[in-house]
Every structure is written in C-alpha cells, then in structure tokens.
Ligand binder design. Structure first.
Ligand code: FAD
Length: 383
C-alpha cells in the first residue's frame, strides 16, 4: 500500500479541512448545547460532494475512492462527530447500500436526493429488544396483495427524525433468526410511520437520534432492497463499510484531542514553566499521538482493501475496534492535560470524550468486533 496521497485525495482532504474549520468547528459547542446541529450544514455538505463520495456520477454522486471518503470522514470527525454521523449514516449506510444492492429504479429514485443533501437517510436495524443480536429482530413485514405492511419499533436511529428515507429491516418469513429478514426502502412520510426524538444523550447531542414506530406502514413490492430473505446480508454489508467510516471519524476525534492538548500544554504554565515541559504531560501527548497514527493506518488499510476489491470486513472490525477505543483513550488523556478546565464545555475536550464514548457501542460493540475477529482466527463462531 502506498501511503502517499494522490493529488485528488490531497485536494479533497484540503477542501474538507477548510470547510470544517470555517463552517463546523466554530459552531460545534453551540450545536452541542442546543442539542441540534444547524440542518443547513447538510445542504452545504451535499454541494461540496461529500454526501456523494464513492457513488457513481450518473446517480448524482461525486465519485472518488474510499480513502478519499475516509479523509473527509476524519475531518468531519475532527470537527463534530454529530455531523460526521449524519454523513456516515445517510451516505455510508443508506446511499452506498442502495448503490450496492438497489435495482435501476431504486437508484434513480433515491440516490440523487441523498447525494445532494436534499434528502437524508436513516438505517433502522436496532430494536428495543435486539441490539447486538440484530438477526433476531421482530419488526414484521406482511404481504398484502402486491404490497407489504410493516409493523414494529426501531431504537436509537441516527437521523431518525430528520430522515426522508428509512432503510428498514423486517422479518418477512417464518425462517428463524437472520434468514427470515428482508430490507425495505420506506419513505418517512408514509402513513403509520411515527418517530420520537431521544433526548439526554451523553454525546452526539447535535444528532437527531430517534425511536421509530411503524404501524402497518404500506410499501409496494418494489420497495424491497435486495432479494427477499437476504436483508441480514444487506445489513451486514452496510455495516462492514460503516465500521470503516466510524473508525475514520474516531481518527478525527483523536486528532482533535491531540491538537487541543498540544496547544494547551504549550500555553498553560505550572511550577514556573509550560506544562508541556513536564515529562508526564509529554507522556500523555505521546500516547495520544501514537493512538492517532495507529488508528489512521488501520483505517486506511481498510479503504485500500475496499478500493482494490479485496475482502475487508475483518480488517474493518479491527480498525473500528482499535480506533473507537483509541478515541476514548485519546480524549480522556487530552482532558487530563487540560486539568479542571477540561471538565467544562468552554474547552473542546469534554465534548470529544462524550462523543467518543458511543463509538465503542454502535455499529457493533467492541465485544462484537472481537467475536468477528475471533471467528476469523479460529473458524468457530461464538455468536
Ligand atoms: P446489547 O446488545 O444489549 O449489549 C449490551 C452489552 O452486552 C454490550 O457490552 C455488548 O457488547 C454485550 N454483549 C451482547 N452480546 C454479546 C456477546 N454475544 N458476547 C459478548 N458480549 C455481548 N442502530 C441502528 O440500527 N441504526 C442507527 O442509526 C443507530 N444509531 C445509534 C446511535 C446512538 C447514539 C446509539 C447509542 C446507538 C445507535 N444504534 C443504531 C444502536 C447500536 O447499534 C446498538 O446500541 C448497539 O448495537 C448495541 O446494542 P444494545 O444497545 O442493544 O446493547
């Protein structure tokens, strides 16, 4: 793997860096306090092509490879994980999944809106009773003539109250576990589609996380994404790439923690000198720095595998596992460097720690990533 970025990759990284420093970083604290990012940022992301990365131009996408996608995702994560998550879900989990599994009509109907930012997507897999054990979900889809009627509850759905389109996983057959699951593209303005914003999150406060309640939501047969009974494969393929995106966002968090901690350590004086001159403070900074590098390299490796058409799912689990734990460590170490000032939200590191904390939980907890890696090592599934 060549670690030198191409001209195009460097340009897209610069574009993302300039954009987030101008349009997101100055507002991140206010959006966190208000529990909502300014939704107009979504349209701006669309204009720059950041919601269409890796999607074919004929469907409104902006092309680019997965390393470019990771570079942009890292910058968004450095600026505000709430915004990063909006993109990772609408583009990473929904648009890319339609591009991979959709028929021509589905791609033409949904992708231009999602890639421009005119529409947002959400990904409805988790339910109140099934998180890690997603294959046992209980939302049902029942045939009614040529249509399907969907009923059930989805929990913790990112973009849930903002989305125009929900990718919903529901049980269509009597087959037990994941074999009876199918995927559906459900317009969020369908009758019977209810949603409720979840407040009081520890982090990602700017994001519209919701509970979705579907009561006999009618969709045509053409709303099924992928073959009947293959919904779990659709979900897992989405999450395999999604974990790379979470990992890239975590690199951004860790980088932001490093930048903030180094800057503060050079300015803050104790015992008559900048705290940067105390060796134990340098140790904290060095630990963050190594976490940033290691997480970034693991993430770039996944992007490289995807772009070369090689198997990448286990590498993606490794990157997500390491980068999410590293982001929590890095933000926590940065907070230590800030001392008491790190504990109030006039400084950025407390938010970084709160935002980082969910990364070891969603898109598969750290324990689930270890089971994926363990299965690969032993050939034995512990699920
Ligand atoms: P559980 O599955 O109940 O796990 C609880 C604990 O048990 C964890 O520590 C877990 O690791 C451990 N555990 C479970 N099974 C095993 C096992 N076999 N071996 C070892 N340990 C195990 N979901 C969506 O579908 N779409 C979204 O957009 C979305 N966004 C989210 C946004 C936020 C802010 C949050 C908090 C969650 C979001 N989720 C979303 C849900 C998320 O993916 C789940 O919370 C996650 O998969 C864990 O499920 P759970 O919370 O039910 O925990």
């Amino acid at each position: 793997m060549n670690l030198e970025l191409s001209e195009e990759q460097s340009a897209v990284r610069r574009l993302a860096k300039d954009f987030v420093d101008r349009e997101i970083v100055p507002h991140a604290t206010d959006w966190d306090r208000a529990e909502s990012v300014d939704r107009s940022v979504v349209g701006k992301l669309g204009e720059l092509g950041f919601l269409g990365l890796t999607i074919d131009e004929e469907y409104g996408g902006s092309g680019g490879d997965h390393l470019a996608y990771c570079l942009v995702t890292e910058e968004l994560g450095r600026a505000d994980s709430s915004v990063r998550g909006i993109v990772s879900v609408s583009l990473g989990l929904v648009a890319k999944t339609i591009a991979a599994w959709g028929d021509e009509e589905q791609k033409r109907r949904w992708l231009p809106g999602l890639t421009s930012g005119a529409r947002l997507g959400c990904f409805g897999l988790t339910e109140p009773g099934t998180g890690s054990d997603a294959g046992n979900l209980s939302t049902r889809a029942v045939r009614d003539g040529g249509d399907w009627l969907l009923s059930g509850t989805k929990m913790f759905i990112t973009n849930g109250t903002w989305a125009d389109l929900a990718l919903v996983f529901a049980r269509t057959g009597g087959a037990p576990g994941h074999k009876g699951v199918s995927a559906f593209l459900v317009p969020a303005d369908s009758p019977g589609f209810g949603r409720r914003t979840l407040h009081g999150k520890l982090g990602l406060r700017g994001q519209a996380t919701a509970e979705l309640v579907l009561e006999d939501v009618r969709v045509p047969g053409s709303a099924m994404l992928g073959p009947e009974g293959k919904g779990f494969s659709v979900a897992m393929s989405a999450l395999a790439k999604g974990r790379m995106s979470v990992a890239a966002g975590c690199v951004g968090i860790a980088q932001a923690a490093l930048d903030a901690a180094v800057g503060y350590a050079k300015e803050r004086e104790q015992f008559g000198k900048p705290i940067a001159r105390h060796q134990l403070v340098q140790e904290l900074l060095a630990d963050i720095d190594v976490d940033v590098d290691a997480a970034r390299l693991l993430t770039w490796r996944v992007a490289d595998l995807v772009d070369r058409g090689e198997p990448f799912a286990v590498a993606s689990s490794k990157a997500k596992l390491f980068a999410s734990e590293a982001a929590v460590r890095a933000a926590n170490n940065a907070l230590q460097v800030f001392g008491g000032y790190g504990y109030i939200d006039e400084y950025p590191v407390g938010k970084l720690l709160r935002d980082a904390r969910v990364m070891t939980l969603y898109e598969g907890t750290s324990q689930i990533q270890k089971l994926v890696i363990g299965r690969e090592l032993t050939g034995v599934s512990a699920f």
